[in-house]
Write a protein that binds this ligand. Sequence first.
Ligand code: HEC
Length: 273
Amino acid sequence: MGNKHMSDKTSTAQYSQAETSMSKVADDQQGTGWIAGDAHNELTGHEYDGIQEYDNPLPGWWKWLFIVSIIFFFPYFAYYHFGGSGRSVSDGYQVAEAVNARKQLAGLGEIKPDRQTLVRFASTGGGGLAVGRGVYLANCVACHGTSGGGLIGPNLTDNHYKNVREIEDILNIVNRGAAAGAMPAWINRLDEAECVLVSAYVASMRGTDPGPGAKAAEGSEIAPWPTPDELAAQEAAKAAEEEAQGEGEAEGEGPEAAAAEPVTAESPVMEGD
Ligand code: HEC
């Protein structure tokens, strides 16, 4: 006990030098201890295992920070949790995402559910494929794998397809589904433009490396997708054929008339592309 008393004394003596400057600050604040705390250099009453404690409270700025943050909590909590929708960070994020998606689609030109559009996006890529990839990652990976190697659904990277002969068949399958819903229909869950872009993305996966663990090819091998140039040439040939057919019909003859495709309800409408 005598020893401890001595050490108390020594430390008090050492402390008192520092205290002179500190207590000035404390005095300025009339004992509130705003900056350095209100050092009394008095021992608290308790002692544990021979360890005693000075009764020096936390500085005022710290205590006030604590109190102010508790007060701040009430209006903050009320504002964000009961103050109507659209105020949370997650709501803000969703709004920003929707705006961003609209911007991305706006820069892509017309997105029609047809062969030309699919070929254009699948071969020239750009922002359209990025949107398509986003749609794919959000909706299709569970069954077709992140890189299209196939899981429940078939491998989408090889040259073999079960339900697809032409590039536009991809869009038909995506819209309407296949195998009695094993492949779901997406037209009611996604925008039409999203269906087109994800189909273009699927078309662009053909010939890519899905990495290890990919499913074996299913279905039959089909011809490569047309390139935009081939498609343009095909379109031009078709237009010329139809024109010739029209003339042939008028004259009631012509070898082209026999070779021409049957005229469907859609084909006479030539939309200028
Ligand atoms: C619930 C699982 C599942 C999900 C999710 C799914 N698919 Fe499928 N998909 C399948 C199955 C199963 C088949 C094979 C259908 C069959 O056997 O005819 C298939 C077939 C396809 C085919 C035709 C492949 C072929 O060889 O004919 C395409 C294209 C396709 N899916 C694209 C997509 C896209 C794009 C998405 C996301 C928007 C998607 N799928 C989401 C299960 C799924």
